[in-house]
Write a protein that binds this ligand. Sequence first.
Ligand SMILES: NC(=O)c1ccc[n+]([C@@H]2O[C@H](COP(=O)([O-])OP(=O)(O)OC[C@H]3O[C@@H](n4cnc5c(N)ncnc54)[C@H](OP(=O)(O)O)[C@@H]3O)[C@@H](O)[C@H]2O)c1
Length: 271
Amino acid sequence: MGETIGFIGGGKMAEALICGILKAGLRGADGLAAVDPDPGRREALASGYGIRVYAQAADFVADCATVILAVKPQVMGPVLAGLKGLLSARHLVISIAAGIPLSFLETNLAGCDCRLVRVMPNTPALVQEAASALSAGRLATGEDLATARRLFDAVGRTVVLPESYLDAVTGLSGSGPAYVFAFIEAMIDAGVKVGLSRADAQLLTLQTVLGSVRLAFSTGLGPAELKAMVTSPGGTTIAGLHVLARAGFGGVVMDAVEAATWRSQELGGGK
Ligand SMILES: NC(=O)c1ccc[n+]([C@@H]2O[C@H](COP(=O)([O-])OP(=O)(O)OC[C@H]3O[C@@H](n4cnc5c(N)ncnc54)[C@H](OP(=O)(O)O)[C@@H]3O)[C@@H](O)[C@H]2O)c1
């Protein structure tokens, strides 16, 4: 079954990962542990998943082979200060904190010699459908990256990239769910505009998005081919697509992803 995976922070993302890891059979409940200051969170994880829970990292980190940092970025500094004396070269440490670069982790854990992997997941992790990008730290081995990848494959799909790409990942898949929801919201309003009830428009829109994504994955076809399949000559779909093209839909989406990527670079100090 492998050695214990310990979560620092037992919030939403940790719970999503715990759920995915158990479902995928990567660990049993006895192979998972979490620390969280909130007794309510500890109780929820212990009773919901049967994992071991702690109020202090010092009580269990030594027993873990893998430690997942799942706290908010704002508290990462003090959390690392508390972990510094507990981590060593035998630990693989995986951070999912948005915007916290490997250099920050390396500086704040200097002397621990632990192997680091940084992961940028997105909110669909909460339903085991995350898009995650993984970047290896200086000391991380190929096996460490494979271990981290197995964990995040349990909650969705993964790519491995140099850290320099993570601002682009943030702009695309990190912020991406918001763009998709903005599109869904507009589609629902459009359905209402052409006479459908809001409830019917919502169901039809959500199922259309879900079905289209499943179709793309299951056929392996690209979006251009799939679009052509619904676009008959002189028909309804090409009339709709013409309006999207004339309004610069593709360019607007590209601008949005580019703006979010730049903002991510800015927030990270232009690294
Ligand atoms: N949610 C997402 O979809 C998403 C996507 C990409 C990346 N991330 C990253 O994932 C990380 C976790 O996000 P989340 O949404 O799971 O946040 P969350 O639900 O707020 O979970 C964080 C948990 O850590 C606890 N905590 C605070 N200080 C701690 C400490 N010193 N030691 C141990 N635990 C501590 C918090 O307790 P209190 O509430 O009592 O402070 C909370 O229960 C963040 O860094 C975020 O950037 C999240």
